[in-house]
Design a protein around this ligand. Structure first.
Ligand SMILES: Nc1ncnc2c1ncn2[C@@H]1O[C@H](COP(=O)(O)OP(=O)(O)O)[C@@H](O)[C@H]1O
Ligand SMILES: [Mg+2]
Length: 183
């Protein structure tokens, strides 16, 4: 095993294949996989439209755990989706704070196939993933900003948006349950 741990981030819309990829990474790297969907239903039940905000609380704590695991020398997979570049920049900055490497794993499919797989998966395992309507899928597609080639190549991090002094500061606002990791 390499001595430098890596933060692996899966990026993409529901059904695109993130968790499948995350499981492969877990096997290949002996990494700890943190998949919020596996926590949301046991913690909060099946009606996902009712718990806006709870996912942010959960993700913030998973980022915090992930940072601790990286510092302990083990690779981590945050199987989050990460629809915005700011989220991806912030998590890359946090990997850097932990002295870890960073790898983004972007998965994408044509929309019809992605929605077909997401729907089939829900039918097979309704206790593991949430039901999504065609309207949900269309909304998610509109909210997703795919990584640019520069982002995928690991070009230098841009500065955080004002008024944040650092990406970890931005992250603690985005995920309020995440302590300031650079304080
Ligand atoms: N190469 C593939 N061909 C067909 N189905 C696949 C493939 N990869 C994954 N799937 C299935 O597609 C569904 C969605 O994959 P998953 O990895 O759970 O996506 P995500 O985590 O992005 O929502 C799952 O039922 C999975 O088994
Ligand atoms: Mg998944």
């Amino acid at each position: 095993m390499s001595s430098t741990p890596t933060l692996h981030l899966t990026v993409g819309l529901p059904g695109a294949g993130k968790t499948t990829r995350a499981r492969e990474l877990e096997q290949a790297h002996g990494a700890v996989r943190l998949t919020p969907d596996e926590w949301m239903i046991p913690l909060f039940g099946l009606r996902w439209t009712e718990f806006d905000g709870k996912r942010d609380v959960l993700e913030g704590r998973l980022v915090w755990v992930g940072h601790q695991v990286l510092r302990a020398g083990t690779s981590v997979i945050l199987d989050f989706g990460c629809w915005s570049p700011e989220e991806r920049y912030a998590l890359r900055a946090i990997a850097g704070l932990a002295g870890a490497g960073f790898e983004m794993h972007y998965v994408s499919l044509p929309e019809d196939e992605r929605i077909r797989r997401a729907t089939a998966r829900w039918r097979e395992a309704p206790e593991e993933v949430f039901e999504m309507t065609p309207e949900d899928h269309a909304r998610f597609h509109g909210q997703f900003t795919p990584p640019t080639p520069a982002e995928l190549d690991g070009s230098p991090l841009p500065p955080p948006p004002a008024p944040f002094e650092s990406w970890p500061a931005w992250a603690s606002e985005r995920w309020p349950s995440l302590p300031r990791l650079d304080a």
